[in-house]
Design a protein around this ligand. Structure first.
Ligand code: ADP
Length: 505
C-alpha cells in the first residue's frame, strides 16, 4: 500500500488523465485502503462513469459506502448484481455487513453464508459472530436509508407472535430466499420465513410525548465568530419577521418557512441554530435522530408529531433538526413504504394544519448531505432557504479561537499565528485544539499549585498534534454531487468553493 505521500502523485496523475480507468481504479482502491472514504467514494463514482457495469468498481464503491455507514446506498449499488446468481463472493460479504447494519439479520446471514460456502477465504469471524448473536436495537443510523426496522428485540412493547406487517415475500434482492432442500448454505433459517428487507414491527401505541427537550439558549450571535453572511441570512429570514412584523406586513411578507443549513461536519451549524434561538429569546429544541427514529411502524411519525406539538406549546421556539437528511431523504431512494410515510408526515408538519399552526415556530435544520434531501422540502413555506455554512477562513479561525479561549486564564495571545497553522480546521477541530491545550495547562497548573495562563505556544503545540476532520473529503463529495446538478441554482453559494475561487479544498 502507498503511504500518504505516495498517494499524491497518483492523485495528480489521475487528475491529468481523467479517462485512464486503471489509474482511477488504482487510486480509488488506495484511497479506500488508506481510509480516505469520501474521496474513495468520489473516485469509484468517477470510475463507474467510465465503466458503468464494472463489478469490482461497484464493490469498491459499496465498501466505501459501508465504511461511511451509508448502508442503504451500498445496497442500492449492489442490487443489480445481487439478483444474478454467481456474483463474486466478496460482494455477498459486503452486502451482509450492510444488511446487518440495517437490522436485517436473516438476510445478512443468508448472504454471508452463501458467499462463504462458495469461497471460504472470504470468511470474516467477527461478522459471523455478530450474525449469530441475538439482534439488538440499533442506535440512530448515520444515513437516511439506514433506519430500517430490525427484527424485533425483547422490548416491553413487542408482541409475542411474529409481528411483521408485510408478510408477503418481497421481490427485493436482499430478502432471504426460501431455503431449498438442496441449499448448500449452512444457514437454514427456521420458520417463519425471514421478513422482507426492512420489514417493520407493530406494538401498541405508547402515549404521545416528545423525546427532545426544551432548552433556554444562553448563546447569541455574539458567540458565533465570523459567518457574517450566514448570520445575516438568518436575521432576515427568521429574526426580523418576528422582531418587526409590521415591516414585513407592509411588504406583504409573512413570517414562516424554514432554513436548511448545510456544510461540512463540525462547521458550527448547531452552534448557529442555538445562537439564533438565544438572539430571539426563544426556546430551543434540538432534535436528534434518536429522538425521532423508532424501529416500530408508526412510532417515528408519532415522535415527529409530538416534537412539533411541543415546539408549538413553547413558542416562540427554534425547532432544530440535526442530520435532517435521515428524516427528509428523497422518497425515490427509499425502498420501504413506511420510510416514505415519515417524509410525508414531516412535510405535513412543516405545512401545519392551518396557516397559523406554526406561527412562532422557527424551523431550522442542518445536514452534511443536502443532496439526499427530497426536493419537496424546498418548496415555499418549508425549508425554502438553503444556507451554506462554510469552513472558516484564517480571520474567522482566529475569531473562533478568541471566543473559545475567552473565559480561560490567558497570557497575551497571537490567535492569528494559530489560525495560520490550522488551515482546513473547522470550529469543532479548533475546539479540540483549545480543549487539548487547556488540559495540558491544567496538568502543569496542578503540579505548580497555581493557575498558569495559556500561551500561544500551547495552542500551537496542540494544533500541531491535531488533524483536521474531513472537510476536504466533504468538498470532494460535494463536488461530485453538485457539479452537474446546479440547474436550479440551489448550490450557487457552494460553487465558488467547489470551483477553487475560495482556495484549494
Ligand atoms: P455542526 O453542527 O456543523 O456539526 P457544531 O455546531 O456542533 O458543528 O460545532 C462544533 C463546535 O465548534 C461548537 O460547539 C462550537 O464550540 C465550535 N464552533 C463552531 N463554529 C463556531 C463559530 N463560528 N464560533 C464559535 N465557535 C464555533
Amino acid at each position: 500500500m502507498l503511504d500518504d505521500a505516495g498517494l499524491q502523485p497518483l492523485r495528480e496523475a489521475a487528475r491529468l488523465s481523467p479517462d485512464n480507468l486503471p489509474l482511477r481504479q488504482l487510486l480509488a482502491n488506495q484511497l479506500l485502503a488508506k481510509g480516505y472514504l469520501a474521496e474513495a467514494e468520489a473516485e469509484f463514482r468517477a470510475a463507474l462513469v467510465l465503466a458503468p457495469k464494472d463489478v469490482n468498481i461497484t464493490m469498491g464503491l459499496a465498501e466505501a459506502f459501508v465504511r461511511q455507514s451509508a448502508h442503504g446506498a451500498a445496497l442500492a449499488a449492489l442490487e443489480p448484481f445481487l439478483v444474478t446468481p454467481g456474483y463474486p463472493p466478496p460482494m455477498g460479504v459486503i452486502a451482509a455487513r450492510a444488511l446487518l447494519a440495517e437490522g436485517d439479520v436473516a438476510a445478512a446471514a443468508y448472504r454471508y453464508h452463501e458467499a462463504v460456502s462458495r469461497d471460504p477465504s472470504v470468511a470474516d469471524a467477527a461478522l459471523a459472530t455478530r450474525l449469530a448473536a441475538p439482534p439488538v436495537t440499533p442506535s440512530a443510523p448515520a444515513h437516511p436509508a439506514a433506519y430500517t426496522t430490525p427484527a424485533p428485540s425483547p422490548s416491553p412493547y413487542a408482541t409475542p407472535a411474529p409481528p411483521y406487517t408485510t408478510p408477503a415475500p418481497s421481490a427485493s434482492p436482499y430478502a432471504t430466499p426460501a431455503p431449498s432442500a438442496s441449499s448448500a448454505s449452512p444457514y437454514t433459517p427456521s420458520a417463519p420465513p425471514a421478513p422482507a428487507y426492512g420489514t417493520g414491527a407493530q406494538r401498541p401505541a405508547p402515549p404521545d410525548r416528545a423525546n427532545a427537550e426544551v432548552e433556554r439558549s444562553g448563546t447569541t450571535f455574539a458567540d458565533v465568530a465570523g459567518m457574517e453572511a450566514v448570520k445575516e441570512a438568518l436575521r432576515v429570514k427568521l429574526l426580523l419577521p418576528v422582531q418587526q412584523p409590521e415591516l414585513f406586513a407592509a411588504f406583504g411578507k409573512r413570517a414562516g418557512g424554514g432554513v436548511l443549513l448545510y456544510g461540512p461536519p463540525g462547521g458550527g451549524k448547531t452552534h448557529l441554530a442555538r445562537a439564533a434561538a438565544g438572539e430571539l429569546g426563544a426556546s430551543f429544541v434540538n432534535v436528534g435522530l434518536a429522538d425521532i427514529l423508532d424501529m416500530y411502524i408508526g412510532s417515528s411519525e408519532r415522535n415527529l408529531r409530538s416534537t412539533f406539538e411541543m415546539a408549538r406549546r413553547n413558542r416562540p421556539c427554534v425547532l432544530f433538526f440535526d442530520e435532517v437528511d435521515a428524516l427528509a431523504a428523497r422518497r425515490s431512494d427509499m425502498r420501504q413504504a413506511h420510510n416514505r410515510q415519515l417524509v410525508n408526515q414531516f412535510l405535513a408538519e412543516l405545512d401545519g394544519v392551518d396557516q397559523n399552526a406554526n406561527e412562532g415556530v422557527l424551523v431550522l435544520a442542518a445536514t452534511n448531505a443536502p443532496w439526499y434531501i427530497d426536493v419537496a422540502f424546498r418548496r415555499p413555506g418549508r425549508f425554502d432557504q438553503l444556507v451554506f455554512v462554510p469552513p472558516p477562513d484564517a480571520s474567522a479561525r482566529a475569531a473562533i479561537l478568541r471566543i473559545l479561549c475567552r473565559d480561560k486564564p490567558l497570557a497575551e495571545m497571537d490567535f492569528d499565528a494559530v489560525a495560520r497553522v490550522t488551515e482546513h480546521f473547522v470550529g469543532a477541530d479548533l475546539k479540540g485544539v483549545v480543549d487539548r491545550a487547556v488540559e495540558a495547562k491544567l496538568h502543569q497548573s496542578i503540579s505548580a499549585g497555581r493557575a498558569i495562563p495559556l500561551e500561544t505556544p500551547d495552542l500551537l503545540a496542540a494544533a500541531q498534534a491535531a488533524r483536521p476532520t474531513s472537510v476536504r473529503e466533504w468538498f470532494g463529495t460535494a463536488r461530485n454531487y453538485v457539479m452537474h446538478a446546479n440547474d436550479s441554482g440551489a448550490w450557487d453559494e457552494l460553487m465558488p468553493w467547489i470551483k477553487g475561487g475560495k482556495g484549494k479544498w
